[in-house]
Design a protein around this ligand. Sequence first.
Ligand SMILES: [Zn+2]
Length: 166
Amino acid sequence: MHCPFCRHADTRVSDSRAAEDGATIRRRRVCSSCDRKFTTVEQVVLHVVKRSGVLEPFSREKVIKGVSKACQGRPVTPDQLAALGQEVEETLRASGSAEIPAEQVGVAILKPLAQLDKNFESVEDFAREIDDLKIAAGAQELPIGNEPKPPSQKKHEQAAQEPLIG
Ligand SMILES: [Zn+2]
């Protein structure tokens, strides 16, 4: 790795240690030319497994772009989107797998998204919007949005308001 200060091509590792979560390794490096020290982080490259079986590198930007589309016209800031992207990536990394099914990416998006904008009535609404936009790094559809819905609590309220006839 090049030295980030003087661009010298030869640097050596002086120390390596795993991060607390075990998902990354930090290395202290020393430039053999200018003697300055810097730190690098080594982590697994995540891949998304599309339905077709094709592997695609996980892209946080792609997730953010998709969610940003789904949230168009809603009070969601770029900072919030960036935090969501990070949370999604952390969730996926915490799974410990290097190859993540596209559906799992979609599911990982739903929770932070629901916290981001409470104007949506339910997580199912998010799922539907995401599904429509075919985001989540290539997911074709989300299982959570396609599950047959159990009779919801909301319906109870509506039923109670209906005038009793007969
Ligand atoms: Zn240097």
